[in-house]
Each structure stands twice: as structure tokens, then as C-alpha cells.
Design a protein around this ligand. Structure first.
Ligand code: ADP
Length: 408
């Protein structure tokens, strides 16, 4: 690019980027472009001086440096940047823009905007910058192999001639949007989950206040309903806090060799009453000498959640079996039940927060819908995974797979 043109483009880009001002990075880019413009200007004035040979050399060196600087700045940006002239022909684009328009090695320079995209929002934004010298900001969605969402900001290039060109910056907000959606869904789920027991508590308190407190037949029963719902709220809040701590990486996993047979036996002992009430047999088939590499407390938590489910979703008089197997350098711990099983359309989703096959039944049994999400995240915190398999009407098997580490 001739030095004077480079100077003009660099200064124009600097002004346009500065006018977009949405991120501290913009200031940096604008400064880099300005510096580049100054360097280019200096090299242009050097080139005009009368002693030809050394000035030309210096001018070329400054030119090359300025061009390399602009290139490095543009290419290091994660945002796609394109600069168009007054006829919407692309005069500069960075690597992120090439990816965005799947331009491949032929590049974008020299192409018209209409050859790249038919998206009306993109055209309207550039036209508004070119025809009315107005900045424009639009949300753009693209549907290639996957849906992506961009915040496109277009600024007119402050060049003297009319329709002097425009600069467009594409901010990829796909991930931000998804996170926002997940956050909203989570909030609405939590509110919903809390509202149900809270409504129940308020209703029973009102009933007691309105006279039922003196009704010896029912007052204790109403109190126990209130207690049950308050406990449900406490469990829910505990699970939410636990999950958020694990997800934010605030849970330290201290891996030590844990005797698995004893760990399973301890969980069985804690859940024995629940199993006996439903006539469910608990079988520990883990050999006495098995050691797994895990955080002892977290392993117990995962086993408790899985065995508790295996009892809850079992049939009366059923069986829960825990097995161990060493497979492909992994410790595989399986909790198997003889319950109702899970249909394939639900199986993929049961690890999602608050997902339940039968919401009313899970609530009735004091479930929060977060147990499996906690197991999944704890297994991942160990560098492992949780896998579910099920045959409808016959039972389910949940396997925690943990890396065996350096123990052979
Ligand atoms: P909760 O048990 O509190 O409802 P979980 O996250 O532990 O929540 O489980 C989510 C859902 O997965 C349960 O509501 C149930 O529908 C299903 N589920 C979990 N374990 C089993 C199992 N062993 N057998 C059948 N369904 C199960």
C-alpha cells in the first residue's frame, strides 16, 4: 500500500475504532492505528525530501514497519474486522473475518460485501455508515454448521470524500448469549422450586392460625408438613450452593487411595433404614482389597446420591448392587438397580440441573433434581465421567469412571 494511503487508512481506522468504543481493547487498537498513521505520515514526508537514496530507504523501512504493525494488530484481534470503500468493496480484513465468512485462502480483499453475505442486517448497517455517515449497531445471526450470534458495530471512516468507507467489527456473542440463557433458565427453575414448598408452608401456617392449632387430630400433622417443606427448601439451597461451588472450581479434590468396599458399606449403613422400609436388598460386590484414587468425602457424596436414587426409583422388594471393574486405565464403579428404568429420550437429559422424568414423584420423595448434576460435576472434578445405561422396566446402571492415575 502506498505510504500516504496507508497513513490515511490507518488514521481513519483509528478514528472509527475509537468511535466504536465498547471495550478497552478498542483504545489500544485505536492508539496502535494512530501510531501507525503517524509513522506512515513521517515516512511519507521523509520520502518527499530531496536527498533521494537514504530517505527512500528510511521511508521504505518505516512503511514496512507501519504495515507490519497494522497487520499484527488486526490479526491478533478475536473480533472480525472488515474495512470497505465507498462502493462496499473490501479494502482490508483480518483473519477472524476470513473465518467468519469462510473465505478460505482466497481472502476477502477486492470482493463486494454483497458477494460475501446476503444478510440484510449487515448490508443495512454498512449502508447507514456510508450514506448517512452514521454509526450502526445490529445483532446478526449466522447459520453455518452451527448458529452464531454477533454484535456488529459499523462506523463511517472519517475521510474527506463522501462515502469515504466504513469499518465493521463483529463481536462474537454466541457464548455470552448461551450463558445468559442458562442463567435465566436456572433462576426461573430455582424460583419455581422454592415457590412450591414455600406456598405449602404459608398455607399450613394460615390454616393453623385460623384455628387448626386447637385441633388435636390435625395440628401435629400440619406441623410435620411444614417441617418437610422447610427441609426440602434447605436441601435445595444446600444442593444449589454445592453445585455452584463445584462448577466455579472452588472445590478442591484431594485424591488419595480409598478402600472402596468400606466406602460403599458406610453409604449402605447411612441409607439402610430407607432401603428396609421398601424391602430393598443392598449388595456390596466390591472386593475387600480394591483401592480407588479419589477424594474420600467426594466419592462418598457421589455414591450416596446414586445409591439413594437406586433405592428411591426401585420397585418394592428390589435390589441395589454396587460393582467395581478396572477398565482402560479407569476405575469404574457401577450402581445398579432393579427399578423402573429410564426411557432413552430421558436418559441423555437426566444429568441436567432440575431435569426429572416425573417431577411430582421426585418432589414427593424429597428430591431436588440436582443430585445427578452434582455427581457429574464431581466426577469431572476428578478428571472422570459418569455414564448412565438403562432398560425400561428392568432397571438402571450408573457408572462413575475415575482415572486410575499412576497406580498401574
Ligand atoms: P432427584 O433424584 O432429586 O429427582 P437427580 O438429579 O438425582 O434428582 O435425578 C434426576 C432424575 O433422574 C430423577 O428425578 C429420576 O427421574 C431420574 N433417575 C435418577 N436415578 C434414577 C434411577 N436409578 N432409576 C430411575 N430414574 C432415575
Amino acid at each position: 500500500m502506498p505510504t500516504r494511503v496507508l497513513m490515511l487508512v490507518a488514521v481513519a481506522v483509528a478514528l472509527a475504532v475509537a468511535s466504536l468504543w465498547a471495550h478497552p481493547l478498542h483504545l489500544l487498537i485505536a492508539l496502535a492505528c494512530l501510531l501507525l498513521g503517524l509513522l506512515a505520515g513521517r515516512s511519507a514526508s521523509l520520502a518527499r525530501q530531496t536527498v533521494p537514496a537514504p530517505a527512500e530507504e528510511r521511508s521504505e523501512a518505516a512503511d514496512a514497519m507501519a504495515s507490519a504493525l497494522l497487520d499484527a494488530t488486526m490479526q491478533s484481534m478475536r473480533e472480525g474486522v472488515i474495512v470497505v470503500d465507498g462502493d462496499t468493496r473490501i479494502i482490508a480484513a483480518n483473519r477472524a473475518a476470513l473465518d467468519l465468512f469462510a473465505a478460505g485462502r482466497h481472502g476477502l480483499t477486492g470482493k463486494r460485501l454483497s458477494e460475501l453475505t446476503r444478510n440484510p442486517a449487515i448490508h443495512a448497517a454498512f449502508q447507514s455508515a456510508l450514506e448517512r455517515s452514521e454509526r450502526a449497531e445490529v445483532k446478526v445471526e449466522t447459520y453455518g454448521s452451527e448458529r452464531r450470534v454477533f454484535d456488529l458495530r459499523v462506523a463511517p471512516l472519517q475521510r474527506p470524500e463522501p462515502r469515504g468507507g466504513a469499518l465493521g467489527v463483529f463481536f462474537d456473542i454466541t457464548r455470552l448469549e448461551r450463558l445468559e440463557r442458562v442463567r435465566q433458565e436456572f433462576l426461573s427453575n430455582v424460583s419455581h422450586e422454592l415457590r412450591t414448598p414455600l406456598t405449602s408452608i404459608l398455607t399450613f401456617v394460615e390454616t393453623l392460625e385460623e384455628g387448626a392449632i386447637d385441633d388435636p387430630q390435625n395440628n401435629r400433622r400440619f406441623l410435620s408438613v411444614i417441617r418437610k417443606n422447610a427441609e426440602r427448601m434447605r436441601n435445595l439451597i444446600n444442593d444449589i450452593l454445592e453445585l455452584s461451588a463445584i462448577e466455579s472450581g472452588n472445590v478442591r479434590v484431594e485424591v488419595v487411595p480409598v478402600p472402596l468396599h468400606v466406602a460403599v458399606q458406610d453409604v449402605f449403613a447411612a441409607l439402610a433404614q430407607q432401603a428396609t422400609q421398601r424391602g430393598i436388598e443392598l449388595r456390596n460386590e466390591v472386593a475387600d482389597d480394591v483401592l480407588v484414587q479419589a477424594d474420600a468425602r467426594r466419592l462418598e457424596q457421589m455414591l450416596t446420591n446414586l445409591i439413594d436414587n437406586a433405592i428411591k426409583f426401585n420397585r418394592e422388594g428390589g435390589r441395589v448392587t454396587v460393582r467395581y471393574e478396572r477398565r482402560d486405565g479407569r476405575h469404574c464403579i457401577t450402581v445398579e438397580d432393579t427399578g423402573e428404568g429410564i426411557a432413552p429420550e430421558h436418559l441423555d437429559r437426566i444429568f441436567e440441573r432440575f431435569y426429572r422424568v416425573d417431577r411430582a414423584r421426585s418432589r414427593e420423595q424429597g428430591g431436588t433434581g440436582l443430585g445427578l448434576a452434582i455427581v457429574k460435576h464431581l466426577a469431572r472434578a476428578h478428571g472422570g465421567e459418569t455414564v448412565a445405561a438403562s432398560v425400561l422396566g428392568r432397571g438402571s446402571a450408573f457408572t462413575i469412571e475415575l482415572p486410575a492415575g499412576g497406580d498401574g
